[in-house]
Design a protein around this ligand. Structure first.
Ligand code: 3PG
Length: 214
């Protein structure tokens, strides 16, 4: 898959809803009800981070939930890309980008949302063909003023800011011309997952799904 095609497909995933939940699933038993709760709230695109032993099984289970579009996050290595693909992920997300990771995503036909934190990183990805990128960690890197400043020289790149984005600032990020969607964990709080409070998750998802975009 070419980087251009990957970015087109990622843009379609981002078009589904203003927010991509970033999910840390500790127990695969949470996967299906969590995915159902988020989809019911209006957030179909889900990123399961490969940070827990349960993550790949969670992707497998969530991929079967009707209406869900399940991706794998925290992809760092070629092996992560292969494992994500094998588990049924339909897109991938990485906090950064290395040549080997990009090669692996392209070779495995996994549309990738690669991360950039500086203009040079964004330019290198754009040079390769990735016009949709994750801006990470968004708040720690200057957040909204930084993205607004990048829109001048880099208008071709659209970003999914992630890291420190939450209910209090998501609306302002989404108002930027170069923000295609945002990512964040706030719609799936660990306490709600532990308690199995799926109603709370659906309520948070519904609020997030209603956020306006530029
Ligand atoms: C991530 O962990 O990949 C995201 O940055 C999530 O960040 P958040 O917990 O601040 O939403």
């Amino acid at each position: 898959m070419t980087p251009e095609h990957a970015s087109d497909l990622v843009a379609r995933v981002c078009a589904l809803a203003p927010v991509i939940p970033v999910l840390v699933v500790e127990d695969a038993g949470q996967a299906e009800p969590l995915a159902r709760a988020l989809v019911a709230g209006g957030l179909p695109a889900l990123e399961v981070t490969l940070r827990t032993p349960a993550a790949l099984e969670a992707i497998r289970l969530m991929a079967a939930v009707e209406g869900g579009v399940v991706g794998a996050g925290t992809l760092l290595t070629e092996r992560d890309v292969e494992a994500a693909k094998e588990a049924g992920a339909t897109f991938g997300v990485s906090p950064g980008a290395t040549r080997r990771l990009l090669d692996a995503a392209e070779a495995n036909d996994l549309p990738l949302l690669p991360g950039a934190a500086t203009p040079s990183e964004a330019m290198a990805l754009l040079e390769r063909g990735y016009s949709v990128q994750k801006f990470f960690p968004a708040e720690a890197n200057g957040g909204i003023p930084t993205l607004r400043a990048w829109a001048g020289p880099l208008p071709q790149v659209r970003f999914c800011p992630t890291g420190g984005v939450g209910a209090a600032n998501a609306r302002d990020y989404l108002a930027l011309s170069n923000v295609i969607c945002v990512g964040g964990s706030w719609v799936a709080p660990a306490a709600a997952l532990r308690a199995g409070d799926w109603g709370a998750v659906t309520a948070l998802a519904a609020e997030a799904a209603a956020l306006p975009r530029a």
